[in-house]
Write a protein that binds this ligand. Sequence first.
Ligand code: UT7
Length: 316
Amino acid sequence: MKIIGTGSALPTLTVTNEMLSEFLDTNHEWIYTRTGIVQRRIISDESLTELAVSACRNAITNANLEAKDIDFILCSNIVNDYVIPGLSCIVQGKLGANCPCIDLNGACSGFIYALDLASAYLNMGKVKNILIVCADELSKIVDWSARDTSVLFGDGAGAMVVTQGKNLKSSHLSTTSAVAPLYYQRKLEFNPYSKNEEFKPLVMNGKDVYKMAVNASIQDINIVMQEANVSPNEVSYYLLHQANVRIIETIREYLGEREEKFPKNIHKYGNTSSASIPILLDEMNKDGKLKDGDLLVMSAFGAGFSSGACVVEWGK
Ligand code: UT7
């Protein structure tokens, strides 16, 4: 597997911490010092599908390909306007691609899972170019009256095209079943034969998720670096899920690494779920920060509780 193109798209509406404190019992100081978030982008006039399609078009163009060259679309998504069909099917039609598509729900770690699945599929030799798109609008499932969760998330989409190659040096996925720390229970239609469960907007035990995230990420990173036989001084960048600057800092301190190796954009976009690493990677690509041969360690964690990490060499 190797990455040959990246793309991203974000909503136009910027919602600052100050804007949230107009209707929530919160303030910029609390949000910024606890999370590093200054503002986030929230879908208002546009749709998630439009963002996903735009991120995909950018990634396909960046890969010097056309939609007809895509053999498979893997979409990491947990919330959009439809339960069925999957967002990947809608995106495929709008792109004008002609290939099988599937959505996966790996919550915030969905991107690492998609990358790993893409690699396995490419190794089978069945396909040549896979489009991965991670798109989410957590703004549709948070309780906007709950200050402990609504201030954390933002909407966005990140995409990439991967093809056959030898640049995925190692990857590791893990899941430890735990619903209570982070979940959203959706509203279901009335069914006369079964009891109707209570609807719950996004519920999170922040402290539990924080601890699980730090432990899982450190463990995953150690495993993938060992498997790839990569030492810290060989790593160019650690691209961590943008959930909280304090989580990123704790992991960085544990690894004893320099701050400039941990690029961040959480201050601008908040936690965009599985789109966070692809958006970050696309920004770095556009800014010319990535050189051929750069070793990137990526690590994400989220509801499930699921986590994953990988070592990828940058270069077409
Ligand atoms: O993609 C994975 C998703 N989730 C995460 O990665 C989240 C991981 N967890 C975290 O990032 C942190 O736990 C939070 C940022 C969510 C919370 O930080 P914390 O230091 O764990 O704060 P806390 O939950 O212990 O809350 C401390 C206080 C509480 O007040 P009391 O009980 O001490 O009086 C909260 O009610 O802060 C209060 N609080 C707020 N105050 C102002 C909670 N949310 C807010 C808020 N503004 N938005």
